[in-house]
Design a protein around this ligand. Structure first.
Ligand code: GLY
Ligand code: MN
Ligand code: MN
Length: 449
């Protein structure tokens, strides 16, 4: 097919609605260039100045799932090989990646790692890539250069769908009985480092990492914008699919199909599709109920695209029209969310946002019903990303997610967007999916019978 005919065929498919207007399909997964990770390593070394940084990668994928590297390790390496260790020596600006030397059998089943890839090694920009069996010998040799100090992650890790504090919280819950209280891989590693290197002072590197991760780089912002468009398209298509008679999981499937085709690795958290009474359960994810006429459907969904999450919630009437009573509740949530977005700009504090929300609701004669406004939670490598601190800065990305939940009536409303703080305000990365009542009803009216 010539290029022109290919283009014409593509346009025809779009016109027929067979291809969604989402970012073009890519031969390769979206991601950042190696220079970005090298620049982050240099910036971390610049800030720490001395000692040795040690960061551990994950050693295995969860059962039945694709491997997704530890967030902090990925942030500084871009590397997704199993069982990796990163060492940085800030005084000499040197970086070392340690990797397992794989057997032929391992390579046959899973492919090789960076030790087996000279081109990839050169591009990745580490001073050296070494076999992990030499890690302790390397550390022993270099101790005199480390200034008596290791910078390790002593705070909890985070995960794609959990903030650091949530990982700690869930571990604490797991440890309620002594049969489930095994320490985490991180705690085990810290104990081993203490045991082998008792003369070294261990400092927590997580606060410095959090400051870096909280402000997104231009290349990350580009990926986040693309994820915002892709996830918005997915939720839009899910809304169109979310009518009476379908199961909640069918709505989930409609969204997943869009993001997987668009190059995402999957969902950034278990998709939430709550119809009727399930719309009142904040993190409901069984998604196995049949949607009934008269239900509201609350969907909370985000793609994991180029290792970056997204977070959207929309609520819509399955039958296509909100009742007057539902409209009133919906409007309150929407006005609070929009007033928050109006107030976001560099330098804004939670107090500034709350005051603006109160003033807007008062001027419009809307009772706040307990909603006040704030910053929500950061979004990045994790959907509950590192903390934002008390004051907004350009380059921060976070989700704002007001909601009202009436369990007696089985009607929950949440409206959530992910926003980027710009030089003088904010950009809604997820604006491509309707949230005004008239827009939603128009979208639903257009889905036919
Ligand atoms: N999707 C989880 C949350 O909204 O925080
Ligand atoms: Mn959400
Ligand atoms: Mn959220």
């Amino acid at each position: 097919m010539t290029a022109i005919r290919r283009k014409a065929a593509f346009a025809a498919l779009i016109a027929l609605g067979l291809l969604a207007a989402v970012p073009p399909l890519r031969a390769q997964r979206p991601g950042l260039p190696p220079e970005e990770f090298a620049a982050r390593r240099a910036a971390l070394m610049e800030r720490l100045k001395d000692g040795a940084v040690i960061l551990f990668g994950d050693a295995a994928a969860p059962a039945g799932a694709h491997f997704r590297q530890d967030n902090d390790f990925y942030y500084f390496t871009g590397n997704e090989d199993l069982g990796a260790i990163l060492v940085l020596l800030p005084e000499s600006r040197a970086s070392f990646l340690f990797l397992p030397q794989l057997t032929d059998r391992e390579k046959l089943y899973d492919g090789g790692n960076l030790l087996d890839d000279p081109d990839g090694r050169a591009k990745a920009g580490f001073t050296q890539v070494l076999p992990s069996t030499s890690f302790d010998e390397f550390m022993a040799r270099g101790l005199f250069r480390a200034g008596g100090r290791f910078h390790l992650r002593l705070s909890p890790r985070d995960a794609l769908d959990q903030a650091r504090y949530e990982v700690a919280l869930y571990e604490a819950r797991r440890a309620r009985t002594r049969y489930h209280d095994q320490i985490s891989a991180d705690l085990d590693r810290i104990a081993k480092i203490r045991e082998r290197y008792p003369q070294m002072e261990l400092r927590d590197v997580a606060p410095v990492i959090d400051e870096m991760r909280a402000v997104k780089t231009p290349a990350e912002i580009d990926l986040l914008r693309r994820n915002g468009r892709l996830t918005a398209e997915a939720v839009k298509q899910a809304m169109a699919a979310g009518r009476p008679g379908v199961y909640e999981y069918e709505i989930e499937a409609a969204a997943l199909a869009v993001v997987l085709k668009g190059g995402a690795a999957g969902a950034a958290y278990a998709p939430i599709v709550g119809s009727g009474p399930n719309s009142c359960i904040l993190h409901y994810d069984r998604n196995d109920r049949k949607v009934e006429a008269g239900d509201a459907v609350l969907m909370d969904f985000g793609a994991d695209y180029g290792h970056l999450a997204m977070d959207i919630t929309r609520t819509w009437p399955a039958s296509g029209r909100f009742t007057d009573e539902e409209k009133e509740v919906y409007r309150t949530v929407l006005e609070v969310q929009k007033a928050c977005i109006e107030a976001y700009k560099p330098g804004a504090t939670t107090k500034d946002v709350r005051e603006h929300v109160s003033a807007v609701l008062k001027a419009k004669g809307i009772a706040p019903r307990g909603l006040a406004g704030g910053f929500g939670h950061g979004v990045g490598l994790s959907v509950h990303d590192v903390p934002l601190g008390g004051v907004l800065k350009q380059g921060m990305v976070f989700a704002i997610e007001p909601g009202l939940y009436d369990e007696k009536k089985g009607f929950g409303v949440r409206i959530e967007d992910t926003v980027l703080i710009t030089a003088d305000g904010c950009e809604v990365l997820t604006a491509g999916v309707p949230k005004e009542i008239a827009e939603i009803e128009k979208l639903l009216a257009g889905r036919g019978r």
